[in-house]
Design a protein around this ligand. Structure first.
Ligand SMILES: [Fe+2]
Ligand SMILES: [Fe+2]
Length: 192
């Protein structure tokens, strides 16, 4: 059984105050979405707490840890090191926080890029990260918030499309996993 107080304390000391506040918002939202969509509440809460646990590690250390933990630095991650924080986060969750549940680890691992065949827990964490109450306003935020409470797949299609458009507009680095996630969800839409 995980000691929540210990986990929170450890997180608070490794995240900036702003990031910790964001994390609490993600936990609150993940708990609410888990209840609505019948997803395991404890797994949702733990994944939400730990999703950004590696985000505030300095860049050079991120690269060093990725190499040490054999996390592949593909060409997209190399161009945008920030993309590695979710893959590294899963590894830190395992090593530093003692998480062994693969569903939780994958929810952390894919919360930034998404991927094909996402589980409901993975979708829920991706969305909770996107819509938590402390997020700054962006166009489309309110509709994604609304959809997240009704239909995880539809909300994911909206959120991924929004991200892809944003990254393209700002000439950022789009990871292929994100495109694959969107294509996969769109192709399944007709099957439901
Ligand atoms: Fe993140
Ligand atoms: Fe986050």
């Amino acid at each position: 059984m995980i000691d929540y107080d210990e986990m929170k304390q450890k997180l608070q000391s490794s995240l900036s105050p702003k990031r910790f506040l964001h994390t609490l918002g993600v936990v609150e939202t993940a708990e609410e979405l888990a209840k609505i969509h019948g997803v395991d509440k404890e797994k949702a809460i733990i994944s939400a707490y730990l999703h950004d646990c590696a985000k505030d590690i300095p860049e050079k250390m991120k690269i060093r840890f990725c190499k040490e933990f054999h996390i592949p630095l593909d060409k997209w991650i190399e161009k945008n090191i920030e993309l590695c924080h979710s893959f590294l986060g899963a590894e830190i969750a395992k090593r530093e926080y003692g998480i062994i549940d693969e569903e939780i680890l994958n929810a952390i691992r894919y919360h930034t890029t998404g991927r094909k065949n996402m589980t409901d827990l993975e979708k829920l964490i991706y969305l909770a990260d996107y819509i938590e109450p402390n997020r700054n306003y962006f166009q489309g935020l309110e509709s994604i918030r609304e959809y997240a409470r009704k239909d995880l797949n539809q909300a994911m299609i909206f959120a991924l499309t929004n991200t892809i458009e944003y990254v393209k507009k700002n000439k950022g680095i789009l990871h292929p996993l994100t495109l694959e996630a969107l294509e996969d969800l769109k192709s399944k839409k007709g099957d439901q």
